[in-house]
Write a protein that binds this ligand. Structure first.
Ligand code: URP
Ligand code: ZN
Ligand code: ZN
Length: 461
């Protein structure tokens, strides 16, 4: 089965060219000057369209256990929504519960995801119980294609790891060439601020932001960087939200330390003003780290340009407003942490191109090519080139759309971007050569997605 995508503008991280793309089976067979091939089983006209490597969202949480409930997207619904938005690969997090083994956790996550994903998927592992066994099991996870391990400096009593535990895991990462991903917020100090706020009757959602100040993200980021330096471990800071943390990452990178960071669309477009919405509406925006004052956004865009922020992921972790966010009415500390977004990352970052914040090529780089390299998937994913998987997005840069709960495909009862006007729209999506989105309809299938056993990060050689 051959598909020809013709007369489009092929955009890779290296730049844009007018080219045709010939797909044969599951992979890209050729990228040629326009008109070299004129027939195929299927022809997709891409005149005036961008032809992009499928988006890679390196940070999602489908069916994640959190705060006594589970994030609302299953692997089936969440990956379908991702496809609608031009994302053809997700890397989700298997979550080790305290007292359980990493390998049993991995089995459990395979059970949740295998035969259910509409697009390809991989796993990171959340390590919440550092002991001799789990440190040893990190090696088996790496053999099983899961070579990035998330740890938390936040959430004491749940996922929190002490500095000593982080140090031991980092030593293992150094020995194995694997990667530690860090949720960098000072959870001990934050929990104290939270307890003080609740005791004083300050219980609205905005308190979530007030009790998690940017200084405590900056402090934890600096501490993680120093621990990584002492152990020689590479470090990937997840969901960076504040300039305080960005400054720490930039300083480490300036002295040549292997430190990387991602940010998320919500930190580029939303702010603490959303958390302060009345009538408990702010609960829709509770995620950690919290949304920051607006003036952090310019710094994050700058970080994306300077490569101190090298990836944009969504941290997609949806909880319904009715029933789930409700758990924290009257006590913000009980609101499940997380926001929906897997469907909108490509569109939202395209607004950065439209606004002149980033170039077209940089859009593709932070949303596809760098996550592929960072998480050991390149050049199978993240590039339009012969031999790569035919994960391809045909994107109309001139189309317009309005984001809304009434039109999105995520299994959640609100949109964090309700009413936002977007320039650009995904038109067609191929996943390993199969058309999954075309003509405004989903043509994919639950179970089409394959597990990706990942190589080690290509930034750590
Ligand atoms: O609030 C968030 N970010 N929820 C998901 C879990 C995490 O820390 O990434
Ligand atoms: Zn986190
Ligand atoms: Zn997350």
């Amino acid at each position: 089965m051959r598909t020809l995508i013709r007369n489009g503008t092929v955009v890779n991280a290296g730049g844009a060219i007018a080219a045709d793309v010939l797909v044969d089976g599951e992979t890209i067979a050729a990228v040629t000057a326009p008109g070299v091939f004129d027939t195929a089983d299927t022809v997709i006209e891409a005149d005036g369209r961008y032809v992009l490597p499928g988006g890679i969202d390196g940070h999602t949480h489908m069916e994640m256990p959190f705060g006594g409930t589970f994030s609302a997207d299953t692997f089936a619904t969440g990956t379908t929504a991702a496809a609608w938005g031009g994302t053809t690969t997700i890397i989700d997090f298997a979550v080790q519960a305290k007292g359980t083994s990493l390998l049993a956790t991995l089995d459990k996550w395979h059970e949740k995801a295998d035969s259910h994903c509409a697009i390809d998927y991989g796993f990171h592992m959340i390590v919440s119980d550092v002991n001799d066994q789990s440190l040893k099991e990190m090696e088996s996870c790496i053999d099983a294609g899961v070579n990035s391990f998330k740890m938390f400096m936040a959430y004491p009593g749940v996922f929190y790891a002490t500095d000593g535990e982080i140090l031991r895991a980092m030593q293992k990462a150094t020995d194995t060439g694997s990667m530690i991903m860090m949720h960098a917020e000072n959870g001990i100090a934050i929990d104290e601020l939270v307890a003080q706020a609740v005791a004083a009757g300050r219980t609205d959602p905005v308190e979530h932001g007030i009790t998690r100040p940017p200084e405590l993200e900056g402090e934890a980021t600096s501490r993680a960087i120093q621990l990584a330096k002492v152990t020689g471990a590479p470090l990937y800071i997840v969901h960076l939200s504040a300039r305080h943390a960005l400054d720490a990452v930039a300083a480490a990178r300036n002295i040549g330390q292997n430190v990387f960071a991602e940010t998320c669309p919500q930190y580029l477009y939303l702010s603490i003003e959303d958390l302060a919405k009345p009538d408990f509406e702010g609960a829709k925006y509770v995620a950690s780290p919290p949304l920051r004052p607006k003036d952090h956004q310019a710094d994050l865009w700058r970080g994306l340009r300077t490569n101190d922020l090298s990836v944009v992921s969504t941290d997609h972790c949806p909880f319904c407003f009715v029933d789930q966010k409700e758990l924290g009415r009257g006590d913000f500390s009980k609101i499940p942490n997380g926001m929906p977004g897997v469907e909108h990352r490509m569109d939202l970052l395209h607004q950065g191109v439209v606004a002149g914040e980033i170039t077209l090529a940089r859009w593709v780089e932070v949303c596809s090519a760098t996550p592929a390299r960072m998480f050991g998937l390149y050049p199978r994913k993240g590039v339009i080139a012969p031999g790569a998987d035919a994960d391809i997005v045909v994107y109309d840069p001139a189309a317009t759309q309005t984001l809304s709960v009434t039109t999105h495909h995520m299994n959640v009862d609100y949109s964090a971007y309700e009413g936002m006007s977007i320039t650009g729209k995904v038109e067609s999506v191929l996943s390993r050569g199969s058309v999954v989105i075309a003509d405004g309809a989903f043509h994919g299938a639950e179970g089409h997605g394959r597990f990706l056993s990942r190589e080690l990060s290509q930034y750590l050689v």
